[in-house]
Design a protein around this ligand. Structure first.
Ligand code: SAH
Length: 353
């Protein structure tokens, strides 16, 4: 028996080839694509407008669904965390974050994560495996179906962030393929302009992204203004240091579209990287590279028993933000969402409670 294909991860062309291999006309592929991505149907049985014979062949050769939801946790602030399992039993986590006039879905790119950021709970899992393009797309389909109902329209569109478990830029090809599938007008129609992907600083992929025409917005996790500190917090810095990250960021800036900016994320760790001098050093760093189209997202640290850090006080975060602004650097504070259910940044660790 040959392996079944995961139809959710096929491009339009691949799907057309599959239909043709069954002796079906190519337009059938569009029908299937719409059924999976636009109508968000979860089994071939439900695609009743396909000939029965074709459905049976699809059933034999392919799966629509490769993820199952094990549990769902709902925060007091409305955030939902979905703990899913792949067909081969690896954990996948996805977060739904509602807000007044937009919803955000935060997807994972890997099961676990190979990076060893000292302040992040996902790091404790290590890398379990890369997720396939189909598994990335399916997370979004599952969440949309849960929130709005199967096939129901989303009232005000959906923003996507690749900020769940894993390092998206260590699974670059699957990530880009998944985003391409999700942007299709005959499918989820979540265009790249509504997507942001975050990297801990996998420098070669920052250049690759700069060269892509259709691409998501970029966020880079910096979290320290100098190598000494960043080496300790984010060991990936020993491979690509701040100079290399900043040089790549500069090049990326040159590729931005009109009105577009990119982001540096900065996790705020009480007494570690949140001092006045850290803010000033960060502002100087940005000035030295003459970055003009960057904004800083300050992320108050989200705690967990296994993590040795405390979160910066609200006053500290405000002061840090003001210092950056006083040097001409735009800064925003990311409001923590879903902390009570382990759904906030850096808290995804396949926890059952
Ligand atoms: N690996 C990618 C994608 C993860 S995005 C990256 O590092 O960018 C998750 C964001 O949350 C990153 O900016 C990360 O630095 C941050 N983060 C990790 N642990 C955190 C924690 N405990 N509290 C707050 N933010 C955290």
């Amino acid at each position: 028996m040959t392996e079944k294909v995961h139809i959710t991860g096929l491009s339009r062309d691949e799907l057309a080839e599959l239909a043709e291999s069954f002796g079906e006309p190519r337009y059938r592929a569009t029908q299937v694509f719409k059924a999976v991505h636009e109508r968000r149907l979860r089994s071939f049985d439900e695609i009743t407008d396909l000939p029965k014979k074709f459905r049976a062949k699809l059933e034999e050769a392919a799966d629509i669904s490769r993820l199952t939801v094990e549990s769902k946790y709902v925060s007091t602030d409305g955030t939902r965390r979905y703990l899913m399992k792949t067909a081969d039993n690896y954990p996948v986590e996805t977060v739904y974050i509602p807000s007044e006039n937009r919803d955000t879905i935060c997807f994972s790119s890997q099961s676990g994560c190979p990076l060893k950021c000292d302040f992040c709970l996902t790091a404790k899992l290590g890398l379990l495996r890369n997720l396939t393009a189909g598994e990335i797309v399916e997370q979004v389909i599952i969440v949309l179906n849960d929130v709005y109902g199967v096939g129901e329209e989303t009232p005000h569109g959906t923003n996507l962030v690749g900020m769940g478990a894993g390092e998206p830029f260590l699974n670059f090809e699957n990530l880009i393929n998944a985003l391409k599938i999700m942007s299709d007008e005959d499918g989820l129609f979540i265009v790249p302009n509504r997507v942001t992907v975050s990297t801990a600083g996998i420098v070669p992929r920052i250049y690759d992204l700069a060269n892509l025409v259709e691409r998501p917005h970029l966020a880079i996790s910096l979290s320290a203004p100098n190598d000494e500190m960043r080496d300790k917090l984010m060991p990936i810095n020993k491979k690509w240091d701040i100079k290399e990250v900043m040089t790549a960021a500069k090049e990326f800036e040159a590729s931005l579209r009109r009105g577009e900016r990119f982001t540096f994320e900065y996790v705020m760790l009480g007494g570690v990287n949140d001092r006045d001098e850290d803010a000033l050093e960060l502002a100087r760093l940005i000035e030295r590279y003459q970055l003009k189209r960057v904004k800083i997202n300050l992320i108050p640290h989200n705690g967990a028993e296994q993590l040795d850090y405390s979160t910066s006080t609200e006053e500290r975060v405000e002061r840090f933000k003001k210092l950056l602004e006083s040097r001409g650097v735009d800064a925003y504070v990311r409001q923590p969402r879903g902390r009570d259910i382990y759904a906030a940044c850096g808290q995804l660790a396949a926890k059952a409670a």
